[in-house]
Ligand binder design. Structure first.
Ligand SMILES: Cc1cc2nc3c(=O)[nH]c(=O)nc-3n(C[C@H](O)[C@H](O)[C@H](O)COP(=O)(O)OP(=O)(O)OC[C@H]3O[C@@H](n4cnc5c(N)ncnc54)[C@H](O)[C@@H]3O)c2cc1C
Length: 416
């Protein structure tokens, strides 16, 4: 990586991606100005509301293999990234346990078939597809059960007893995915802010303009102010610049349940009410999440609350005694492909469409953007994420530009 570059970069949107980019770019020597219409705690961002699951294989049920590939690389990057922050962030890679009630057992076969097929296809195209997915062994789980079936393992009663003793009397079958992770998203947002704040004091190369709604973004310019680069990370706030960008409403419930002891995220496979329960520190749990085609952020509906809480109660009756701390709502920024996209033109990069995978994929997306800015090569499998926003200006122009640019900048070339 090129370091010590002294260019100025404006980052518009200090949600999840904007904060991570600001950190990484500042480490590379760029001088950063961050703009956000929100207060520095980022309460109105999607990053503040998310559940922080890092589950590349669980998500494969509905996502493209490219998301898993970004997720595998990001899982490798997270530990180092978190270590560089000013305050601690809860992070663990204890795997994910997926369970189904006896009458929904077919959901287990459906899941293993769908995900298994995608993994097999990905491995036949790229035999190293799973290589980056490090799977620290869970101490509770017999080692001879791990590492088979390409990252997922069917489990039965004794396995569930070993992994999550409190669930073993209700669930006799499931799937275990070792190596999947989770982090505390709010600790992360806070730690990123504190780290950037401390840099702003120690070396005046970071400037954070909070409570500042940006209205005009152009190459090299943010509301009339000039920069070498402008990075548009506004999530759903960038809708005017992204035809097709839409909100997918997600609702979660945070509870305090000190009498429950779950070690890792548990997903309930259910035809109508799939949900996850993610343990946090000190007896806190995140129960989520709905997924509704709407960009309305009005408070949670009774129906969603009933669905989430009944499903959680059906997983572990101890949730009956839990205290509800919060019922939260946000909308995920989604593109029609449900893949992220990096739109480039000289002086302006727009990154969006992180959808339900922001935590899972952001470290690798940040790495790709930094490589692009530094004119370093981009791995072939990720080049399809880059799109030149000048591409819409006409085929001839695209061809000419592609020819001219590809000689000097492989990242630009990848965009065509
Ligand atoms: C309920 C829920 C659960 C989720 N769980 C997970 C999960 O377990 N794992 C996972 O990987 N992902 C999860 N996600 C998805 C993840 O939260 C998002 O993908 C991610 O936060 C998107 O990041 P972003 O930086 O693009 O957008 P955001 O985090 O929303 O940040 C956008 C920022 O831009 C600012 N902004 C917008 N417009 C302007 C403007 N005009 N001027 C200035 N500032 C502006 C906003 O204030 C905001 O701070 C979840 C999402 C939800 C809603």
């Amino acid at each position: 990586m090129t370091t010590g570059c002294n260019q100025t970069v404006a980052i518009v949107g200090a949600g999840l991606l904007g904060r991570l980019l600001a950190m990484a770019l500042n480490e590379q020597g760029y001088r950063i100005t961050i703009f956000d219409r929100d207060a520095p705690d980022g309460r109105n961002s999607c990053g503040y509301m998310g559940a922080g699951l890092l589950a590349p294989i669980s998500e494969l049920e509905m996502a493209e293999s490219l998301i898993a590939a970004l997720g595998f690389d990001s899982l490798v990057l997270w530990p180092g990234l978190l270590q560089s922050l000013a305050s601690p962030v809860f992070f663990q890679q204890a795997g994910t346990l997926l369970v189904a009630h006896p009458f929904d057992r077919s959901e287990i076969s459906r899941f293993t078939q769908t995900v298994g097929n995608k993994l097999r296809d990905s491995l036949s195209n790229d035999p190293g597809f799973l290589d980056g997915f490090s799977r620290p062994l869970s101490s509770e789980f017999p080692q001879n059960k791990l590492g088979t079936q390409n990252g997922l393992q069917r489990v039965d009663s004794p396995d569930i007893q070993a992994l999550e003793p409190e669930l073993s009397d209700r669930f006799q079958q499931g799937v275990f995915i070792p190596g999947e992770g989770q982090l505390d998203n709010r600790q992360l947002m806070l730690a990123l802010r504190e780290t950037l704040d401390s840099r702003a004091i120690n070396r005046p190369s970071v400037c954070w303009q909070a409570n500042r709604e940006i209205r005009d973004i152009k190459p090299h310019r943010v509301d009339g102010q000039s920069f070498d680069w402008v990075l548009d990370c506004r999530g759903l706030g960038a809708r005017p610049a992204w035809p097709g960008l839409r909100g997918v409403r997600g609702e979660i419930i945070r509870v305090h349940a000190p009498d429950i002891s779950l070690m890792r995220p548990v997903r309930l496979m259910h035809p109508r009410y799939p949900l996850y329960i993610a343990p946090r520190q000190l007896g806190h749990y995140v129960i989520g999440a709905t997924s509704l085609e709407s960009d309305d952020t009005k408070p949670m509906t009774v129906q969603s609350a009933l669905e989430l809480l009944s499903a959680a109660f059906a997983v572990h009756p101890g949730f009956a005694e839990a205290t509800i701390l919060e019922m939260g709502v946000q909308c995920r920024p989604a593109l029609p492909t449900h893949l992220p996209q990096i739109q480039t033109q000289p002086g302006l990069v727009r990154i969006n469409g992180l959808y339900r995978h922001g935590f899972l994929i952001s470290p690798k997306l940040v790495d790709l953007v930094i490589r692009f800015l530094a004119e370093e090569p981009i791995e072939e499998k990720f080049r399809c994420l880059f799109v030149s926003s000048e591409a819409s200006a006409g085929a001839r122009q695209i061809r000419l530009k592609s020819q001219a640019i590809s000689r000097e900048n492989p990242a630009y070339a990848a965009a065509y």
